[in-house]
Design a binder for this molecule. Structure first.
Ligand code: SAH
Ligand code: SF4
Ligand code: F3S
Length: 471
């Protein structure tokens, strides 16, 4: 069932490795290749890393065979994520054996978690850099070029890379991520992120709005504001003394242009405010979609997880969302088999899924992470086969909910932002509704292009996709 969880994960924005498309290697003195794992924050960080490296004369290449430097931007969220990286490193060992000058760097959360231990465990690694230390990468590369091992895993209280204009790597030219904050101050007991990413800090709002405006002027039509907990965004403009909350930030980005869509991720149920929901309802270009991780439907388990809300509180939040933003799509993250979880707790999770009618979920079974509160305090006592069976039941329920949610859209018409050709068929466009659902429809003979909006009527669906026609 690990496979199921990872498969569900992989079909989405998260989880898949990627290498940059942009190739301008001829103007650069050296070439680097980067693969990203984990969440959108990591993908976004790779674009900051690329920008830092470009300035120092390193150009991105899509082929690791051509690269002088290979970087893996890694994730520690579950054991499986780390295993994937280790496997990839074994593959690169062979490349390095054939080309001893090649430098290999591990960046991101796994670098932060394991620090210099990683150099002992993985002898072929030359460079280890944590998420707050990317500005030191050029210096560390120089150090590594002289044959030393180079490490910087210092976490920072104020680094936001606000002044760095990310180089858009694997971009479709239409949608982009903007990192608005870093770190996390929540201490969910299962989670390694506060340890790998450090304290929460918000990025200068002016730089965020400027980045969005610049993207829009270059033809981008959708930005996703990223943070582990976007609703706790808080920044004070020292020139005007204005306090910027997440709702205000979202509004500032939405006001750039009505044809620029605004999305955000992730919302912690305890922090999403009425102000945020009313701002969503007020602006047509703020998408009606909230990723609202529930983790568990049992109050007892939520307490052990240190999520700071109860089952009833979460359900009231879902109700409030549906009242203020009536056609809002909702998705969740769910963990099966957390410490001490009983069949009754598990049934509470299934029933909260039914209640919330999630359009989609990312589903995992609990993976103990060293150093976390749960690892220190509780025993990982649910047998693997029970975890797998519960996860299977959660996945099956979500499959049904997704199909039901899609069936409800048959006959309705949606404004769709065209992102490009459909994967299967170049005579069809693929785009998304405001609710973040993928819609595929025939191109017809008109002059629509990626980045345009189309009104599409839904005629049919699968569990994952709506099928429609332009009206
Ligand atoms: N900041 C986001 C989530 C970041 S991690 C939030 O708070 O919602 C993404 C998801 O991975 C989490 O929501 C959780 O469902 C899952 N996850 C985190 N730690 C995990 C662990 N130790 N085992 C299994 N799943 C985990
Ligand atoms: Fe992890 Fe919780 Fe922070 Fe999300 S809010 S990153 S789950 S500690
Ligand atoms: Fe993974 Fe780090 Fe993101 S642990 S989920 S890459 S913040």
């Amino acid at each position: 069932m690990l496979e199921i969880a990872e498969k569900v994960h992989d079909e989405t924005r998260q989880g898949e490795a990627f290498a940059p498309f942009k190739e301008e290697v001829n103007v650069y003195r050296k070439k680097f290749y980067i693969e990203s794992y984990g969440c959108a924050m990591n993908f976004s960080d790779s674009e900051i890393i690329a920008s830092i490296l470009n300035k120092e004369g390193f150009g991105a290449t899509r082929n690791f065979e051509d690269a002088d430097l290979i970087f893996l931007n890694t994730c520690s969220i579950r054991e499986k994520a780390e295993q994937t990286v280790r496997k990839r490193l074994t593959e690169f060992r062979k490349v390095k054996e054939a080309r001893p000058g090649l430098l290999i760097g591990v960046l991101g959360c796994m670098a932060e978690r394991l620090k210099s231990k990683l150099l002992e465990e993985e002898k072929l690694v030359d460079i280890v850099v944590g998420p707050d230390a990317y500005r030191s990468l050029p210096g560390l590369i120089e150090e590594a070029e002289t044959g030393q091992k180079a490490v910087n895993v210092l976490l920072s209280r104020d680094e936001t890379y606000a002044d760095i204009s990310p180089v858009r790597l694997d971009s479709n030219g239409i949608t982009a991520f903007i990192s608005i904050m870093r770190g996390c101050n929540n201490m969910c007991s299962f989670c390694v992120v506060p340890f790998t990413r450090g304290r929460e800090r918000s990025r200068d709002a002016v730089s965020i709005v400027n980045e969005a405006r610049d993207l829009f002027s270059r033809g981008f039509k959708e930005v996703t504001l990223l943070g582990q907990n976007v609703d706790s965004y808080y920044w004070v403009n020292e020139t005007t003394n204005e306090t910027i909350t997440f709702a205000r930030l979202m509004e500032m980005v939405a006001l750039i242009d009505p044809s620029l869509r605004v999305r955000f991720s992730t919302s912690h149920p305890k922090d999403i405010t009425g102000e945020v929901l009313h701002t969503m309802a007020k602006y047509e270009n703020i998408c009606n979609y909230i990723h609202l991780p529930v983790q568990s439907g049992s109050t007892r388990i939520l307490q052990l997880m240190n999520r700071t809300y109860t089952r009833e509180w979460y359900m009231a939040k879902v109700k409030q969302i549906k009242e203020i933003v009536p056609d809002c799509g909702i998705s969740a993250d769910i963990i099966a088999g957390f410490c001490t979880e009983t069949e009754e707790d598990h049934r509470d999770t299934l029933s909260i899924m039914e209640y919330s009618q999630y359009d989609m979920s990312y589903m995992f079974f609990y993976s103990e992470r060293p150093g976390t509160l749960a690892a220190r305090r509780y025993t990982d006592d649910i047998p693997e086969d029970v975890k797998k069976r519960r996860l299977q039941e959660i996945v099956e329920l979500q499959n049904r909910l997704s199909l039901e949610s899609n069936k409800k859209d048959i006959g309705k018409t949606f404004k769709v932002l065209i992102e490009g050709n459909s994967k299967k068929n170049t005579t069809e466009w693929k785009g998304r509704s405001s609710q973040n659902k993928v819609i595929v429809f025939p191109k017809l003979n008109n002059d629509l292009k990626p980045g345009d909006y189309a009104w599409v009527k839904v005629n049919d669906c699968t569990q994952a996709t709506l099928l429609g026609e332009i009206i």
